[in-house]
Design a protein around this ligand. Structure first.
Ligand SMILES: Cc1cc2nc3c(=O)[nH]c(=O)nc-3n(C[C@H](O)[C@H](O)[C@H](O)COP(=O)(O)OP(=O)(O)OC[C@H]3O[C@@H](n4cnc5c(N)ncnc54)[C@H](O)[C@@H]3O)c2cc1C
Length: 456
């Protein structure tokens, strides 16, 4: 009999538990990806991300082909067709086990339940997280605050440090798998490596060369000293286990010291885990609801013209505009700028965080529901661990602090290249660059009132 490995957001052949289990237990193994273009639209996948996904699928087909595994990509149209199409596939190929990694967002859990109800021999394996979903507080409840969550996760990982799996031995003679067809509007993503070797090099280089300085360097967009692995992680081209294992290999015991660069990067991997736990334990966030219920009552004014100025990077606040233009031009934005631009949208322009969340998904190559939702709710002070609503970034001082010389600003806002020092961060009115669209001091007071008025 044949086993099939149903790949989802785990598009790799190294350190893949489901693939390893299938190869260990069966003589014949096929790989399968069920493409749902309509669902990709519903879940908002940016054109650059769509292109990256197609390249990732081609790369996976190549990797599987090398070990003699046929990789089928089937366009099922819509999510709701999956169980019927998968049943038919299993009958056609005499499949007795479908191996897949468990997913925990609502739609995905329903999809898997639907398959099990149709008696598809689906074997779900827990693989995608470093911190098991069962990790709980002393009272048995899920964590709502990051710091204790990360402490508990570290204890868990220290007691049982994860090991990575090798790629399975070849099952048969190498095969050539066909390329994935184009499935919607795309934007070129070729600056982002999708091949396994390039990603492993990128991970190794980051851990060996830059992780030590990460704590100091990570907040300065011009240094560009973060790993840039988020897109690969979001589609599972690398596993978080591979990241942690490599970090430990290069940085040793420093990973356990939260004040070291390596320990700080470890923490970022745990932020990613935390937001997955939140989405699983508090599914209202998956349904578009705020974690802090009272903030649902904020009457966001949602001024369309202000929103468009933000989207287009013409707010008159240089660091905000530079960040928004980086997103527009490259499909990615530095974390510090995500925080600044998100805060600006909600707390200076008074626009519902869900508008910004959607805009990011429409543009980011690493658009990932849990991390994006968590980041937006953090910035808007509506989420777990939310920045208190009265902590409001001043966009001018953020620019002065994190891009003091304005090098990053000048790269993305060329109209300001003739300025320096204070003038660069607070440009004088001119024909080529807009005056600030809002006065920070004034709108700050409005934000405070918006929150205060709806608090208990
Ligand atoms: C408003 C907002 C929206 C965001 N949207 C996304 C998103 O759609 N997809 C996404 O992957 N990240 C998102 N983030 C988190 C973070 O900005 C990116 O993960 C990071 O900038 C990616 O760059 P990097 O790979 O160089 O990260 P590094 O600094 O090298 O960090 C390593 C990895 O840790 C994870 N990580 C780092 N910071 C965070 C964080 N704050 N929350 C969750 N995971 C984190 C990422 O997987 C990242 O690749 C968002 C943050 C904010 C404030």
């Amino acid at each position: 009999m044949t086993a099939v490995v149903w790949f989802r957001n785990d598009l790799r052949s190294l350190d893949h538990r489901a693939l390893s289990a299938a190869c260990a237990n069966h003589d014949t193994v096929r790989g399968l990806y069920l493409l749902c273009p309509a669902q990709l639209d519903e879940h908002i996948i940016a054109p650059i991300r769509r292109h990256y996904l197609r390249r990732a699928l081609d790369e996976l087909g190549r990797q599987l082909g090398e070990i003699g595994i046929v990789f089928d990509i089937i366009d099922v149209g819509h999510f709701r067709n999956i169980d019927d199409q998968l049943s038919a596939y299993c009958r056609q190929h005499h499949v007795d086990t479908v191996y897949a990694h468990r997913e925990w967002l609502l739609d995905e859990m329903r999809r898997d339940d639907g398959c099990l109800e149709k008696n598809i021999p689906l074997q779900l394996i827990d693989d995608s997280l470093l911190s098991p979903l069962e990790i709980a507080k002393g009272d048995g409840g899920p964590y709502k605050v990051f710091t204790p969550f990360s402490r508990r996760s570290r204890d868990h990982l220290a007691a049982k440090f994860p090991t990575c799996l090798r790629r399975p031995q070849a099952m048969a003679k190498a095969v050539s798998n066909p390329a994935c067809p184009v499935f919607g509007e795309e934007r070129d993503s070729s600056l982002w490596p999708a091949s396994q070797d390039a990603l492993l090099d990128q991970l190794r280089d980051f851990c060996a060369e830059r992780a030590d300085d990460y704590r100091e360097a990570r907040d300065f967009p011009e240094l560009d000293d973060t790993s840039r692995l988020s897109a690969a992680l979001s589609f599972g081209l690398l596993s978080p286990r591979q990241c942690l294992a490599r970090l430990q290999q290069e940085c040793g015991e420093a990973i356990w010291d939260g004040n070291s660069g390596a320990g700080t990067w470890f923490n970022e991997l745990l932020w990613r885990e935390f937001y997955r736990h939140v989405a699983y334990h508090f599914p209202k966030v998956v349904r578009g609801r705020a974690f802090q219920t009272y903030t649902e009552n904020i009457p966001w004014p949602n001024n369309q013209a202000l929103f468009e100025a933000w989207q287009e990077g013409r707010t008159g606040y240089p660091i905000v505009d530079a960040g928004m233009r980086q997103l527009r031009e490259s499909g990615w934005m530095h974390n510090r700028l995500r925080m600044i631009t998100a805060s600006f949208l909600c707390k200076d322009l008074h626009i519902d965080w869900r508008w910004g969340e959607r805009h990011f998904m429409e543009n980011l190559i690493d658009g990932d529901f849990c991390s994006n939702n968590g980041g937006w709710q953090w910035a808007a002070s509506t989420g777990t661990d939310a920045a208190p609503y009265f902590r409001i970034f001043n966009p001018t001082t953020q620019g002065q602090r994190f891009d003091a010389k304005g090098e990053f600003i000048q790269r993305y806002v060329p109209e300001l290249r003739h300025l320096s020092g204070k003038a660069l961060h607070q440009p004088p009115e001119s024909d080529i660059y807009p005056a600030p669209i809002v006065e920070h001091k004034e709108v700050r007071q409005i934000t405070l009132a918006l929150f205060k008025n709806v608090r208990d």
